[in-house]
Design a protein around this ligand. Structure first.
Ligand code: 5GP
Length: 198
């Protein structure tokens, strides 16, 4: 029986993937899109940063001028947008990317930073959120200290960064350690399967 207000997990979910740089996110994303147990489509983000060598407009990002980005932002075209790690560059998820994927029956995959993810979670509480961690995060302090080469100041600074990242990780539904690519991809595949089967 349906009351027409069914909010069950049937249908596409958003998959939000974040993690500190150096966690191999892009490789995981590419593998996931190729091997996902659910129909997954990467939402192409817009950015004001310049393309890197080999990057293509419409494939890696929608590369926009600062003016176009801010106009489209003011027009409400973004689901979320953020200036990422003080780079002066803006990044954002276009609503159209997410809507078109969902209309076509795909789960949109958003590879975005923590600020963006928090905003998406507020708007899509059912989003499947995954924080990808480096294996070293857990043993980081131990390693730093046992090495005995870093000054206390450097250790404290690194720990502070690691703590901030871990605090952010707590807001994600799943935390996956990217120890080996195959295992991490398998774990996320499992998460997607379980969500689809709910
Ligand atoms: P890069 O410039 O190396 O491609 O990406 C830098 C950072 O921007 C990464 O942490 C990535 O997750 C984040 N990012 C990429 N696209 C988006 C987006 O649409 N929104 C937000 N909030 N962050 C993004």
């Amino acid at each position: 029986m349906s009351d027409g207000g069914d909010t069950s997990t049937a249908g596409p979910h958003l998959l939000v993937l974040s993690g500190p740089s150096g966690t191999g996110k892009t490789t995981v994303v590419n593998r996931l899109v190729a091997e996902s147990p659910v129909p997954l489509r990467k939402a192409i983000s817009a950015t004001t940063r310049k393309p890197r060598e080999g990057e293509q407009h419409g494939q890696d990002y929608w590369f926009l001028s600062a003016d176009e980005f801010s106009t489209r932002r003011a027009d409400g075209e973004f689901l979320e947008s953020a200036e990422v790690h003080g780079s002066g560059n803006w990044y954002g998820t276009l609503k159209s990317e997410v809507d078109h994927a969902i209309e076509a029956g795909y789960w949109p995959l958003l590879e975005i930073d923590v600020q963006g993810a928090m905003s998406v979670i507020r708007q899509y509480p059912d989003a499947v959120t995954v924080f990808l961690k480096t294996p070293s995060a857990e043993v980081y302090e131990q390693r730093l200290r046992s090495r005995g080469t870093e000054s206390e100041e450097v250790i404290q600074r690194r720990l502070q960064t690691a703590r901030q990242e871990l605090q952010a990780a707590e807001h994600y539904r799943y935390q996956v350690v990217n120890d080996t690519l195959d295992r991490a991809v398998a774990e996320i595949r499992q998460i997607l399967k379980a969500t689809a089967g709910d």
